[in-house]
Design a protein around this ligand. Structure first.
Ligand code: T3D
Length: 267
């Protein structure tokens, strides 16, 4: 039997999904897309899962689209009809970015090596990005005549501002993990040997927190980008009204007052 392109492991309430095409730096084929989406759907549907970690096998995190995939690679025969890359984005990268961004649990990217093109933006769609010091981020699209996809045009200016977003996207230069942390593209750069431990400790910690509130925090932050202050304040009131009636708030407040550890369960 052939190796799965997404390795799925589970420890306590944490589901880890490992991109598994190390020989091609875990670049995306349509099969890997299908397996990753299915693994994310399964994690979303499983009430036992309270945090997800996405990482890569081997020396890379993900080098974006597999440019040699016959379904996508340009046909170099003179006069050949160009392939419809937009259709690939619609059928694979758009569902992937939307799925990661709407997961009902926190999602951590543990970036173990180079993250290029859509691979970089897969990581940036995650809620918290931790990267090994030897990892790097490359908006490789401009080098092959494309624009950032997998949400890159939306994510980059929000994360690092228009000036840095444009420079990263136009030059396609490699950004080290250390610099990615410095400019606020990612949360944390750690020593290579500490990556797995840092990501799993963080995921375990988040898995014990009030999941619904964490996920609504992500949604509120994303929505607030398109709102004025008063709209954001109204949305906050609406969310607090809903969360204030839920188990986790009552448990969290009671545990604080009773000086004990809370047990959260809303998802
Ligand atoms: O159709 C479309 O393009 C639409 C989709 C768009 C979404 C996108 O993601 S566009 C961006 C696609 N990605 C890239 O352009 C990145 C291409 N890769 C690289 O520039 C370099 O590989 C890296 C900078 C990421 C890493 O460089 P390095 O020197 O560490 O490794 P390498 O030797 O280049 O790669 C190792 C192997 O992985 C190599 O195979 P080999 O020679 O050992 O058999 C290489 O060909 C393969 N590989 C790396 N990236 C890809 C890939 N194979 C297919 N597709 C890749 N994207």
């Amino acid at each position: 039997m052939s190796e799965p392109l997404i390795r799925v492991t589970h420890q306590d309430a944490v589901r880890t999904l490992t991109l598994n095409r190390p020989q091609a730096l875990n670049s995306f084929t349509t099969q890997m897309h299908a397996e990753l989406l299915a693994a994310l759907e399964a994690a979303a549907a499983d009430a036992e899962v309270r945090a997800v970690v996405i990482t890569g096998a081997g020396r890379g995190f993900c080098a974006g689209q597999d440019l040699s995939d016959p379904a996508i690679a340009p046909d170099l025969t003179p006069g050949a009809e160009p392939k419809d890359i937009g259709a690939l984005i619609e059928s694979c990268y758009r569902p992937l970015a939307l799925r990661v961004r709407s997961m009902p649990v926190p999602v951590i990217a543990a970036v173990n090596g180079v993250a290029a093109g859509a691979g970089a933006n897969l990581a940036l769609n995650c809620d918290i990005v931790v990267a090994a010091r030897s990892a790097s981020f490359i908006q490789a699209f401009s080098k092959i005549g494309l624009v950032p996809d997998c949400g890159g045009t939306w994510l980059l200016p929000r994360l690092v501002g228009r000036a840095r977003a444009l420079a990263l996207a136009m030059t396609g230069d490699k950004l080290t993990a250390e610099d990615a942390e410095r400019i606020g593209l990612i949360w944390q750069c750690v020593e290579d040997a500490s990556l797995v431990d840092t990501a799993s400790t963080l995921a375990a910690r988040l898995s014990k927190m009030p999941t619904r509130a964490l996920v609504q925090t992500r949604q509120a932050l994303d929505e607030a980008g398109g709102m004025d202050l008063d709209q954001a304040l109204q949305r906050e009131a609406q969310l607090q009204r809903e969360l204030g009636r839920a188990h986790d708030y009552l448990e969290g407040a009671a545990a604080f007052l009773q000086k004990r550890q809370p047990t959260f369960k809303d998802r």
